[in-house]
Design a protein around this ligand. Structure first.
Ligand code: 13P
Ligand code: SF4
Length: 300
């Protein structure tokens, strides 16, 4: 393992590469990150970096987002088929259809979507800024794609009409409110923190609803020391690593995003060695998708 890490570090220097890693990656991959974060932080860093090569340890839509924001850089996704099933639930054609049905609405798309979909939307959002984006966009009617749970969560905070699309994250959507309620009853002095991709009945039971990095900030900056966490296991591992004096339990039996776990240290090394797999997108699609992402980055 140390040999692989040494080789990764040598290749990174040789190629002026930066390693962006999402909070749900395997712990050993998180530990070698140059930047470790949630979707919003990683998007911002992808735009700002001075590196020539970006290796994105996450899922495809994240690497595509990095490419759209840094079109002149080479962006690598170490595992070709690391995708996000939620992102594949909505197509460009769905968005065009929704625009016809709701001509007065603006379309907000969760960053967990393809470049083609981003290109057809007015603005993107992540779980960290979705409330702000919906509240500030200049329209009273919003079509929100693809995550119905995040869209429903956001609709709680606005008087605007939010039209939901029927997509979901298979990892968070399986969080069952009865299981969470049982866990809460067994641990009455614990605080429940959920990701907004969880179903509404779970949100109703939650003390806090946060993006992955919002959860990290809450754990670091508050006096709370006992947490029930409703999100993917990779984030819970990071919470434990960074807050050794606090207690974190998964609010349900551990949630695993299998696509996030596909990337190993060996894959990162091969990606750097062979410069694979480079993200390539249609230039016109990239330019239009960049418009939706740039719009989002105004609402941080
Ligand atoms: P965050 O933006 O909170 O990191 O979430 C990304 C994601 O894919 C959640 O399932
Ligand atoms: Fe997609 Fe869900 Fe995995 Fe996030 S956790 S990448 S939304 S499948």
């Amino acid at each position: 393992m140390n040999e692989i890490i040494d080789r990764i570090n040598t290749l990174k220097k040789e190629k002026n590469a930066v390693l962006l890693v999402h909070n749900y990656q395997r712990s050993e991959v998180q530990e070698i990150a140059d930047i470790l974060g949630d979707s919003l932080e990683l998007s911002r860093k992808a735009r700002e970096t001075k590196a020539d090569l970006i290796v994105f340890c996450g899922v495809r839509f994240m690497a595509e987002t990095a490419k759209i924001l840094s079109p002149d850089k080479k962006v690598l996704l170490p595992v070709k088929n690391a995708g996000c099933p939620m992102a594949d639930m909505v197509t460009r054609e769905d968005v065009l259809e929704l625009r016809k049905e709701h001509p007065a609405a603006k379309v907000v798309c969760y960053v967990n979507s393809s470049a083609d979909v981003k290109a057809e939307c007015d603005v993107c959002c992540t779980s960290a800024n979705a409330k702000k984006v919906v509240e500030n966009i200049d329209a009273d009617e919003i079509v929100f794609v693809p995550d119905r749970n995040l869209g429903h969560y956001v609709s709680r905070f606005t008087k605007k009409k939010v039209i939901l699309f029927n997509g979901h994250c298979y990892v968070h959507n399986k969080v069952k409110s009865d299981e969470v309620a049982r866990m809460k009853a067994e641990h009455p002095d614990f605080v429940l923190v959920s990701h907004p991709e969880c179903p509404p009945e779970v949100i109703d039971l939650s003390d806090y609803v946060e993006s992955t990095s919002g959860m990290l900030r809450l754990a670091r900056d508050s006096d709370i020391d006992k947490f029930l966490i409703a999100t993917e296991i990779g984030l819970i591992e990071r919470l434990k690593r960074e807050n050794p004096s606090k207690t974190f339990y998964s609010a349900v039996s551990p949630l695993v995003c299998f696509n996030m776990k596909k990337t190993t240290l060996g894959d990162v090394m091969s990606a750097l060695e062979n410069e694979e797999y480079a993200i390539e997108l249609d230039p016109e699609v990239m330019q239009r998708a960049a418009g939706s992402l740039d719009e989002m980055l105004k609402y941080i």
